[in-house]
Design a protein around this ligand. Structure first.
Ligand SMILES: [Zn+2]
Length: 186
């Protein structure tokens, strides 16, 4: 696919509540790639020094590694009920069919694991968590939904699975998220 084709899927526009955001300019099918997040890889210390504004929102890609993402990726807003997510650590994909004109969102908690940053959410969805925190603080229902959709950063998924295996300490280690998510008390 050419870059031009990728760009024709969306445009950056002013939103009512969140500054600029990313909007579909045609129907985007479920599982279709929307964009690749690009930018230099920076350390945790460098990420801490970034000003906290809309044009600076490093994307966590490892326990201490961040992508200092550039436009247009940095323009994608958060929602607690997203229509997109990040797969393979850096590709924004639709998790449902997105209509032309709709704003594109992902859930920032799917990329966060550092017990540092939080964000007040004004998405006003019925399931809004109001404060956006690390993946580990999501309810197990939401964690399973995102793991099943494969839209959790891979380092978070691995760490989460290791921790759950320790917690349940079954004779056979849990070998899949489906197995974990089917546990009654998870
Ligand atoms: Zn929200």
């Amino acid at each position: 696919m050419t870059k031009r084709n990728m760009r024709e899927k969306f445009e950056v526009k002013e939103t009512v509540r969140f500054g600029r955001g990313l909007f579909a300019v045609r129907v985007i099918k479920k599982d279709e790639r929307i964009l690749e997040f690009t930018g230099p890889t920076i350390s945790f210390e460098q990420a801490l020094k970034k000003p906290s504004d809309k044009l600076s929102c490093p994307l966590q890609i490892g326990p201490k590694a961040y992508l200092d993402i550039q436009e247009p990726g940095v323009m994608v807003n958060h929602s607690c009920l997203p229509n997109a997510g990040i797969r393979d650590d850096k590709f924004l994909v639709a998790i449902e069919e997105i209509q032309s004109g709709e704003e594109i969102f992902y859930d920032y908690s799917t990329t966060m694991d550092e017990d540092l940053w939080t964000m007040t959410c004004l998405c006003k969805k019925s399931n809004c968590r109001e404060t956006i925190r690390d993946f580990k603080y999501l309810s197990s229902d939401v964690q399973c939904k995102y793991l099943d959709l494969a839209i959790v950063q891979s380092f978070i998924g691995r760490k989460f699975f290791t921790l759950q295996n320790k917690k349940y300490n079954t004779s056979e280690p849990l070998s899949s998220f489906q197995q974990l998510c089917s546990l009654q008390d998870f």
